[in-house]
Design a protein around this ligand. Sequence first.
Ligand code: SF4
Length: 68
Amino acid sequence: MKLSVDRERCCGAGMCALTAPEVFDQDGEDGRVLLRDPQPPHRHHAAAREAAAICPAAAITVIEARQT
Ligand code: SF4
């Protein structure tokens, strides 16, 4: 899994950091998302997917690794 965030879209709602705090953080200055781990370990995948799904600004993109 690879993650990317669009800080321009982010509205600083903080849902991602609450849902997957190991993966996402919030900038202490502007409140927008910070990506702590763009390639999180498997144990954090479910939370990262959920964070992307609930982000009100659709600012989180999840690229699933291809199954080979
Ligand atoms: S949930 Fe979305 S809008 Fe809210 S801080 Fe995270 S990336 Fe930004």
